[in-house]
Design a protein around this ligand. Structure first.
Ligand code: DC
Length: 221
């Protein structure tokens, strides 16, 4: 099976790029951040405040996450319920970042992600795909952009989804804080894999990034 790993900080354009790439290549797109967000939602619904809660292990046994595709779009199913529409809020992103630092949470999701990549050609995005989940991926990209550009993209994404009452500076602060947490956690921190290509999408359009990656895919073949 072929796989493309895309890692990078929040709002770098990973999911838009991964979606476009998967369409062009006929691969399945797997958004691993959405899985961590679903775990966060589940813990939130069960009133788990942080990683020290003694119920985490038993709750994880009751947590079932799967993904399905509707018109090519990934849907996340949490214990039988499609929760996709509840996952994009920054509050959930923040919680996902917090709970993603817990070893047993990562073990469960990494196992699921590897299983999916064994069955299909995938474009997978996240924080540890090139370093941990798919160390033998055919192509690894580390995608970044300035925090200002990333905040603006998140702002526009939320606006388009109908959210009001948004402050772009607050969004940028949250993004910076989240990056710091993701880059400095003990287990599988966000970092560029040694064999990943670094791309900065601050000053080029996402379409240009997609073309660049497509030409890399051709070179790899
Ligand atoms: O990509 P995102 O914003 O949807 O991810 C939400 C959080 O989930 C992110 O801040 C850290 C965590 N995450 C992770 O630890 N590993 C991944 N492969 C994907 C996401």
């Amino acid at each position: 099976m072929n796989s493309i790993a895309i890692d990078g900080p929040a709002g770098a354009g990973k999911s838009s790029i991964a979606k476009a790439l998967s369409k062009r290549l006929g691969y399945i797109y797997i958004d691993t951040g959405a899985m961590y967000r679903a775990v966060a939602l589940f813990f939130l619904e069960n009133n788990v405040a942080d990683g020290t809660d003694s119920r985490i292990e038993s709750l994880l046994d009751k947590l079932e996450i799967s993904i399905k595709y509707e018109d090519g779009a990934q849907k996340v199913i949490l214990n039988g319920e499609d929760v996709t529409g509840k996952l994009r809020l920054e509050e959930i992103g923040k919680l996902a970042s917090k709970f993603s630092a817990i070893g047993i949470v990562r073990e469960k999701l990494v196992a699921l992600q590897r299983k999916l990549a064994q069955k299909e050609n995938v474009v997978m995005d996240g924080r540890d795909i090139g370093t941990v989940v798919l160390p033998n991926a055919n192509l690894k990209i580390y995608l970044s952009a300035s925090s200002k550009v990333r905040a603006k993209r998140r702002y526009l994404e939320l606006l388009e989804k109908g959210h009001t009452d948004l402050d772009i500076n607050d969004i940028e602060d949250e993004i910076i804080k989240r990056d710091e947490a993701d880059m400095n956690r003990k287990i599988s921190p966000l970092k560029q894999a040694d064999d990943a290509y670094y791309l900065d999408s601050s000053d080029i359009t996402l379409e240009e990034v997609v073309s660049k990656i497509l030409s890399m895919v051709k070179e790899e073949r």
